[in-house]
Design a protein around this ligand. Sequence first.
Ligand code: NI
Length: 424
Amino acid sequence: MGMSEEEKVFKDPVHGYIYVHDPVIWDLINTREMQRLRRIRQLGATYFAYPGGDHSRFSHSLGVYEVIRQMIQAFDRNNYAWPHQYDRLAMISGLLHDVGHAPFSHALEKLMDMRHEWWSVAIIRGSGTEVHQVLEGVYPGFSEDVAQVIQKTFANRLIVSLVSGQLDADRLDYLMRDSIATGVDYGTFDLARIIRVLEPLDDRLVVRRSGLHTVEAYLLARYFMYWQVYFHSVSRAGEVLLTTVLERARQLIFDGQDPPLTHPALHAFLQGKPTLEQYLTLDDSTLFNAFSIWRGGQDAVLADLSARFLDRRLFKDVAWPASRDPLLSDVGSVVAHCGYDPNYYCIVDETGTIYYDYYLGSERAPDSESAIWLYDKANDQMTEVSSVSLPIQAIAHDHHAVRRLYVPDAVFTDPRFGKILQDA
Ligand code: NI
């Protein structure tokens, strides 16, 4: 890359400044597909719980790029062996890893049974996209390399681990960013020091022995963020409602009673077969616009759910362990008595456990890619981190999931519902 290129700078709440020297990266940032991420909330409906948590996927994507850039600089400062021929590939893969996100980030993935990684790769490989054009301008086949890093199939595992691994740039950025944006202070950690204690060793990233407490603080921060932000009952209430509105709209389409027309691409999306071009026109505003049209539409359920989402009249929740499931039909009767369709106004939401599988419990054999390894250089010894850390062991063994029942306010305060809970 030519040093004559002017340095570009973004001001950023997490990293202070984000520096771009490579014109290819600058061109990628300015593609239509990357700019779309400005219009997609990083945390979906979490802003209902934390008003500050409405930052975009765009700032996160820049942040992941910046973390990788800083990691490579730190490797150089420490004279670690690092394959510099992959610098650009690593930074670009970080920048583009989320380019395929749907509106509101995650809620729609479950509903539509799709994964954003699939769309990211489709955008990177798609001959009609601006991202693809810029990548192929580097050298023919470069887009395929980027796709493989994001799909974790790229031959060089070290490069893959920077984008998706235990201490990858993605998690490091989103935890800090989400924590700062929401104001949940104990989700922050010493990012600069994490970057300092990382060492590329053969095909993986390891942590210098002196970095143990830094990693403990990071994993605890992550743990707090899950319970305080990502699994927060109000965040989940927003996601539940979002999913339910779209579920209703989709049902109407399937029944041939089309909901009031909104964006044609949303229609195709709900039918489950959008083209790439259609998918790229979707963003959060497509949904807000649809909801404001639907709230005045003929279908009472769709109208009510849409209005609830826009006006933040979320459902209320109560803990609902699986052992209570036999009572669901009784709850359904109360919901119906209150004048609501139980299919849309009585929702069990489950989150948890999977986020802790990363930490090794004693029952799981350590493997190189899902563990964090401490490296003791003096003794040339490698130790899996939970084996020397009580706090990490405690987190590793926390497998509890949250299961909640969501119903409208009117049901929640109905004495018949109270009776069911009492007897449960
Ligand atoms: Ni990400």
